[in-house]
Ligand binder design. Structure first.
Ligand SMILES: C[S@@+](CC[C@H](N)C(=O)[O-])C[C@H]1O[C@@H](n2cnc3c(N)ncnc32)[C@H](O)[C@@H]1O
Length: 284
């Protein structure tokens, strides 16, 4: 399929493995990332962080979460890496604008982290492993760069637990198309509930798994989620990819998109993204 990921990073770094990234870097998707913060995505992790820690944020995107993580570990360093140069530019600009002088960002591959063994007190990854085909390889790399006693935090979507209410007629089919699109790119639609096993098999100890919902209930949040789903999932690029892979016809996707217009107007409109998260400790 025609990947939704730009090829820029692969050209810039020929050693980078060839990975197709389902979400892409469109403005619609960037708006979703900009709503994120350390407070609203890393509540399970923040109490474990301390000033002075050296923290790595793998797949940092535009740095929306990284800024809050940097504040918590200051005067320790926050280093963010992402395979996409445009995201690194945005993150570096946000760090300068916000005065986060202990934060810096660089292009890098989660499967080949450009850091020494045993060099971080903590590693964070949010909405990243679900997109990486070799998820065991990425977990092994995060384990490698952690110091003994260091902490790993991972958080990803549990697609089968996400919901819209009231249900659209073809609601389950639309979620299923998204899951199969992720899987077609080598991703993992249920990653959020698979961390406990993954972290154990990587060698982490004291693994603690939990789950949480990102809710869209207020009128503003319903409007936001509606615009995101219409602009991203029912946008030209995603529809073309789904049709090309034979996951749904253009007519079906058009019908489901029309159902979203109805959903938006319902007084009962409520949606949630389900997330699974886990913490693991590298044994001393
Ligand atoms: C859904 S975004 C999440 C960004 C940020 N962590 C957040 O939650 O706001 C996933 C990010 O992971 C990056 N990514 C995906 N695979 C990667 C890999 N193998 N190495 C480094 N970054 C990767 C993508 O470029 C993208 O910026």
């Amino acid at each position: 399929m025609n990947s939704m990921r730009g090829e820029m990073s692969k050209q810039d770094n020929p050693d980078m493995h060839d990975q197709r990234y389902t979400m892409g870097y469109s403005e619609e998707f960037q708006l979703l990332l900009r709503r994120r913060s350390a407070a609203n995505t890393a509540a399970h992790f923040l109490p474990l962080l301390k000033p002075g820690m050296r923290l790595l944020d793998v797949g940092c995107g535009p740095g929306s979460i990284s800024m809050g993580l940097a504040d918590v570990v200051a005067p320790g360093d926050l280093i963010g890496i992402d395979m996409e140069e445009t995201q690194i530019s945005l993150a570096n600009a946000a760090a300068s604008a916000g005065g986060h002088s202990n934060a810096r960002f660089q292009v890098g591959d989660a499967l080949n982290l450009p850091f020494e063994d045993n060099s971080f007190d903590a590693v964070h990854s949010h909405a990243v492993l679900m997109h990486i085909p070799d998820v065991s390889g990425a977990a092994a790399e995060m384990f490698r760069v952690l110091k003994p006693g260091g902490l790993l935090s991972c958080r990803d979507v549990i697609l089968s637990s996400c919901f819209f209410e009231p249900r659209l007629d073809d609601y389950s089919k639309a979620w299923d198309v998204f899951g199969r699109l992720l899987a077609a790119n080598g991703g993992h639609p249920e990653m959020g509930k698979e961390f406990k096993g993954l972290l154990h098999s990587t060698g982490f100890a004291d693994v603690a798994a939990s789950a949480s919902f990102e809710c869209f209930s207020s009128r503003d949040d319903v409007e936001f989620f509606y615009s995101f789903v219409k602009g991203w999932f029912f946008g030209d690029q995603t529809v073309a990819a789904a049709v090309k892979l034979g996951l749904a016809s253009a007519a079906e996707l058009g019908r489901w998109s029309d159902q979203m217009d109805q959903w938006r107007t319902e007084a009962a409109a409520f949606a949630a993204i389900s997330w699974g998260e886990a913490i693991g400790v590298k044994p001393e």
